[in-house]
Design a protein around this ligand. Structure first.
Ligand code: COA
Ligand code: ZN
Length: 437
């Protein structure tokens, strides 16, 4: 491999030993820094540990776990480790019924984040000559600004198209000569379908060659289909807003597992029930400790994403270990249209309507290459014939749900007793019938 194949050659090709030494140094610094937050002070006291107890990398297991609930309970700024005057941006999850999660960034955090994304984009062959188009939502979605700054750092011409408006998206791809595109897998398929309808052949009529796909779990077959359809190489991307956003792990050109940047994170894979580490190579929950963040470092953050470490060296020369493609979640979070949604968010909105019963069913399906969510919910009283009243109730429920979960569901009000609710303790509330194609 040639050194121009790396964005940060020194760190990317660092030997395992040097990488571990760097990790320990950064971990110790981070743990001391965490003592600036009352949240971690208290957690350390409860466990009877001090930052001095972290003497080796294995000592990471002495540290407390941090969960999404911790972020919610300490909303909005309870986990900050720097004064507010040093923070320059925050990103927040959706939701108003409970507390959303907030992640704070200093300027250095943003620079490091852009560096991580640039590293990923360079790794898959993007260069300053390329034109990069981002179809992620901007604003609070970290994939918007996250990819934006990373692509600028590479030096590409960037097209911050943002989500939706597929016809315009395709016009940009053609007119601006987009070569590198970021889109979630289902939206990449949607773009292809609309191109077909418009009589556009992506292989002949566009310059697309690299596609970055993440957010939704997808199979190898699905990736290959997208690659064939669009005439691109598609690379899997992993990001999580609590760590920063995109740029946490990314496939290299080997397309065999996602290198996780171990100079930024300490990786553990645990059994989500016993919370103990699983043997190397076994499936478990990904737990990450940030070792390169200022505003809001997180210790042993439980991502709830299920994956495993791929054994062996990667021929690309990077020693940062590889995660297998994601296999699902250890909680009930759904991902639709690249948006993370918890059933409880929907339940809480429905509970606010006295006209509704407590029984509901969420169905996720793909119709005409669009992913949609349908919510069947039982009415409380006998079905009324007042069509207008029912329609306006449906509209109001839809509006409140859209505010909460950011996508527009289809709401169907159905007569009491018409849903078949299972007798089991945990009734089936979500039916996922989606196919990516
Ligand atoms: N990225 C880009 N566009 C998307 C998308 C996604 N993840 N999901 C859906 N879309 C498109 C739809 O195809 C539709 O396109 P059209 O204008 O050509 O018809 C348009 O966005 C609106 O979608 P629709 O399903 O009608 O609306 P909605 O009210 O349910 O909206 C979005 C949802 C698109 C605004 C919302 O899903 C969104 O912002 N998604 C992006 C999330 C994101 O970027 N996540 C990070 C991914 S790494
Ligand atoms: Zn590699």
């Amino acid at each position: 491999m040639n050194y121009s194949d790396y964005f940060n050659p020194e760190v990317e090709t660092m030997s395992e030993d040097r990488l571990k030494a760097l990790q320990l140094e950064r971990l110790q610094k981070t743990v001391h820094h965490c003592m600036n937050s009352p949240f971690y002070q208290k957690k350390f006291q409860e466990l009877g540990i001090t930052p001095e107890d972290i003497k080796t990398l294995d000592d990471v297991q002495k540290l407390p776990f941090t969960s999404k609930e911790d972020l919610r309970e300490n909303y909005p700024f309870g986990l900050a480790c720097v004064p507010m005057k040093d923070c320059v941006r925050l990103h927040s999850s959706s939701g108003t019924t409970g507390n959303p999660t907030v992640v704070l960034h200093t300027q250095k955090d943003l620079d490091e984040w852009a560096n991580a994304v640039a590293r990923c984009l360079w790794m898959v062959g993007s260069r300053p000559e390329d034109v990069f188009q981002n179809s992620a939502g901007y604003g609070m979605f970290t994939a918007g600004l996250g990819f934006q700054y990373g692509a600028e750092k590479v030096g590409m011409l960037t097209v911050p198209a943002a989500a939706g408006n597929t016809i315009r998206q395709i016009k940009f791809i053609k007119d601006f000569g987009t070569t590198v595109l970021h889109a979630i897998p289902s939206y990449a398929s949607r773009i292809y379908e609309v191109m077909k309808e418009e009589g556009i052949d992506p292989r002949k009529d566009t310059k697309l060659r690299v596609l970055c796909i993440g957010a939704e779990p997808h199979s190898e077959e699905q990736r290959q289909r997208i690659e064939q359809n669009l005439g691109v190489k598609a690379y899997n991307s992993y990001g999580i807003s609590e760590m920063m956003g995109p740029g946490v792990a990314f496939e290299c050109q080997e397309q065999n597992g996602l290198h996780i940047w171990e100079d930024y994170f300490i990786v553990e894979i645990i059994d989500p029930v016993t919370l103990k580490p699983v043997p190397d190579g076994q499936l478990g929950e990904l737990v990450l400790t940030t070792i390169n963040r200022e505003a809001m470092p997180l210790l042993r953050y439980r991502t709830r994403d299920l994956t495993r470490i791929l054994p062996g060296e990667c021929p690309c020369g990077r020693h940062h270990r590889r995660l297998a493609r994601l296999q699902g979640r250890s909680d009930d979070m759904m991902i639709l249209k690249g948006v993370n949604i918890f059933p409880i968010q929907i339940e809480k909105i429905l509970l606010g309507f006295k006209e509704l019963n407590t029984d509901y069913l969420i169905t996720l399906e793909t119709v005409d290459s669009n992913d949609i969510m349908t919510i069947d919910v039982e009415l409380n009283q006998m079905f009324t014939d007042d069509y207008n009243r029912l329609k306006s109730l449906e509209r109001e429920i839809t509006r409140q749900l859209k505010d909460e979960i950011l996508i527009t569901p289809r709401v169907r009000l159905i007569p009491k007793g018409s849903l078949v609710v299972s007798d089991e303790k945990k009734a089936v509330r979500v039916k996922d019938l989606r196919k990516l194609f």
